[in-house]
Write a protein that binds this ligand. Sequence first.
Ligand SMILES: CCCCCCCCCCCCCC(=O)CC(=O)SCCNC(=O)CCNC(=O)[C@H](O)C(C)(C)COP(=O)(O)OP(=O)(O)OC[C@H]1O[C@@H](n2cnc3c(N)ncnc32)[C@H](O)[C@@H]1OP(=O)(O)O
Ligand SMILES: NC(=O)C1=CN([C@@H]2O[C@H](COP(=O)(O)OP(=O)(O)OC[C@H]3O[C@@H](n4cnc5c(N)ncnc54)[C@H](O)[C@@H]3O)[C@@H](O)[C@H]2O)C=CC1
Length: 309
Amino acid sequence: MAFFTHHICRGLSSSAVRHVVIKNVTIIGGGQMGAGIAQVAASTGHAVTLVDTNEDILKKAVKGIEGNLKRVVKKKFADKPEAGEEFLQKAMQNVSISTDAGSVVQGTDLVVEAIVENLKVKQDLFGGLDKLAPAHTIFASNTSSLSITDIASSTNRLDRFGGLHFFNPVPVMRLVEVIATSSTSQETFDSLLNFSKMLGKTSVSCKDTPGFIVNRLLLPYILDAVRMYERGDGSKEDIDIAMKLGCGYPMGPFELSDYVGLDTMKFIMDGWSAANPDNPMFAQSEVLNKLVAEGKFGKKTGEGFYKYK
Ligand SMILES: CCCCCCCCCCCCCC(=O)CC(=O)SCCNC(=O)CCNC(=O)[C@H](O)C(C)(C)COP(=O)(O)OP(=O)(O)OC[C@H]1O[C@@H](n2cnc3c(N)ncnc32)[C@H](O)[C@@H]1OP(=O)(O)O
Ligand SMILES: NC(=O)C1=CN([C@@H]2O[C@H](COP(=O)(O)OP(=O)(O)OC[C@H]3O[C@@H](n4cnc5c(N)ncnc54)[C@H](O)[C@@H]3O)[C@@H](O)[C@H]2O)C=CC1
């Protein structure tokens, strides 16, 4: 069910802004990002359906969400354990799971996609859902590096399509980049901004340019760190220590890469490399390719640049 509200937007000289009030959310992809988005949406009162093709991943995601929320409750409701228990129960009741995206989108106001970083796979997913979702439903992608315009091109709802780029770990990181393409309607954009606000996040507005804001700056930084390591100019441990203690970053570039997932990093690199074949900046990285070929995707598989077992 979609509701429309009008409100006066500060700074816009009393112009009325319409947005869809988002209550029912379908999140597709139950990996680290999808599970994190589901956790935050459920704990802020949204009815969430988390979808993945793999049922075991969904079960793991629900277990992870419950574990995270228990930690939050223990801290936040230390003096009021009953209120904490009620919060936990309500949030968990807001989460349901499904392996069939097509059957759950009928009642949804917003679809947030957080599946594998591959243009064709994302286009196929949205192209199929476009035929099944109600007209008012807004589609958003959490892509790190792909063009929202390209992903949206598989649908007939270009005006109701935008980007919602969350950061990892979603429950902790406060930012959401809200991306409008040249076809995204003002109403859709305002709805996405309002949804981000309802999640308790701070949003920034981005154009649909490569890497939006954060990854446009983060990618060259991580790339340079990997090249520096490959040249033998510094050990990965020293580079990580240097950036943590020298710049105050919570993680060094290799720790962060393992945290993001080296499989995802390779998808990003391959995409940018294909789009910029003559730019040596995006030349293949032997170290990255080797780790990915060995199934060492970082923290999620127990080994990447570092071991986590
Ligand atoms: C040549 C090849 C190169 C390839 C180039 C490709 C480059 C690609 C780059 C693009 C990357 C794409 C990714 C993307 O699109 C955007 C991103 O998300 S970038 C990643 C952004 N994230 C960060 O930068 C994280 C940095 N790290 C941190 O902030 C902290 O280290 C972290 C919060 C993860 C952990 O904090 P720490 O203090 O070390 O640990 P604690 O355990 O004490 O946690 C603190 C606090 O946070 C809670 N918490 C931690 N993890 C989670 C979680 N997963 N879920 C929920 N909550 C979590 C924890 O409970 C603590 O809470 P308290 O209340 O304080 O107790
Ligand atoms: N890892 C990170 O730090 C960040 C990742 N992103 C983006 O979020 C997206 C997801 O990334 P992660 O959660 O890290 O990946 P992940 O690998 O942890 O999870 C992806 C999930 O999608 C599922 N999936 C794949 N194809 C599917 C389909 N057709 N239908 C339903 N489920 C499908 C997989 O089974 C897997 O569980 C990517 O686009 C990535 O670029 C964005 C911000 C940060």
